[in-house]
Write a protein that binds this ligand. Structure first.
Ligand SMILES: [Zn+2]
Ligand SMILES: [Zn+2]
Length: 297
């Protein structure tokens, strides 16, 4: 599983930072979390193919988080995309996407599914799920939790004893929890390895530090947060509904996360390492994101 930062600025892009966008690759699932202006150009600096992106999750409707969808959709059409694209976002996302779907000059020939999100699970697959949770910003906004489901592994030695090693009945056993084999009843709990927790990645979107984020972040391997400000603008961060490095680090510490990554920096900070330093005073595993930074989980 790989996370790539495509844009790490706040509302205003800078020479070295594009507008907010994060890419998550999990097996053959290729997803975007937010899609700020210029995201497709940022993709060109990576080996991520826009063609393979199957879903985009938009935290809120501020332009810096969704304006890149327009260009991406248009390019996909030029490139003759046929596969469906799923776009998740808060109430109002459909109006934005509908506009492009109906804009004559776009001539869209591929399907776009727009899914209005609410608190709770918004997508479920066999091996993972995505959950949305409300956060505290100046407009209705959500954060996202990517959670891999615990994997079921069978103990090879025990399978050997039962003459079941590499047997097609193993998938049936995982599915049904019990099978009959050579006249014996075999229960899943008798042959499975202790369950291993799945990986968890959490993205705050734009928000000030809040209880909802702390709850969502609990025991995550990676927590990505809005860190528009530092200690010098703590009041502003609360007033505007944005994060500040140290407050977010406190959340990471309380929530027992593996690694904290700060992003969405205000262009007033020339060196974001200052914010990283502030966060590290509270939580050592804190890092300032940079465009094209990659994290393997
Ligand atoms: Zn923003
Ligand atoms: Zn915003």
């Amino acid at each position: 599983m790989k996370v790539t930062f495509l844009g790490t600025s706040g509302s205003l892009p800078t020479k070295k930072r594009g507008q907010p966008a994060i890419h998550l690759q999990y097996k053959d699932e290729s997803m975007l979390w937010d899609c700020g202006e210029g995201t497709q150009r940022q993709l060109k600096h990576t080996d991520i193919s826009p063609f393979k992106i199957n879903s985009a999750y938009i935290t809120h409707l501020h332009a810096d988080h969704l304006i890149g969808l327009a260009g991406l959709i248009q390019s996909l059409q030029f490139l003759d995309r046929k596969e469906k694209l799923e776009i998740y976002g808060p109430k109002g996302i459909d109006r934005y996407v509908e506009f492009f779907k109906n804009w004559d000059h776009f001539n869209l020939e591929f399907e776009i599914d727009t899914i209005e999100i609410r608190k709770g699970r918004i997508k479920e697959r066999e091996d993972y799920e995505v959950e949305a949770f409300p956060v505290k910003h100046s407009t209705p906004s959500y954060g996202f939790i990517f959670k891999e489901k615990p994997s079921i592994n069978l103990n090879k030695e025990k399978l050997k004893e039962l003459d079941l090693l590499n047997h097609p009945k193993c998938s049936e056993l995982k599915e049904k929890g019990e099978i009959e084999h050579k006249g014996n009843k075999i229960k899943l709990e008798d042959v499975k390895e202790p369950e291993k927790e799945g990986r968890k990645v959490v993205y705050s979107g734009d928000t000030k530090p809040c209880k909802e984020l702390e709850r969502a972040a609990e025991n995550s391997d990676l927590l990505i947060v809005d860190s528009t400000f530092g200690e010098d603008h703590k009041e502003k961060s609360i007033e505007y509904g944005h994060g500040e490095a140290k407050g977010m680090a406190e959340i990471a510490k309380k929530a027992n996360v593996g690694k904290l990554v700060l992003t969405h920096f205000s262009n007033r900070y020339k060196d974001e390492r200052e914010l990283e330093k502030e966060a590290r005073e509270v939580f050592e595993e804190s890092y300032a994101a940079e465009d094209f930074m990659e994290i393997e989980i």
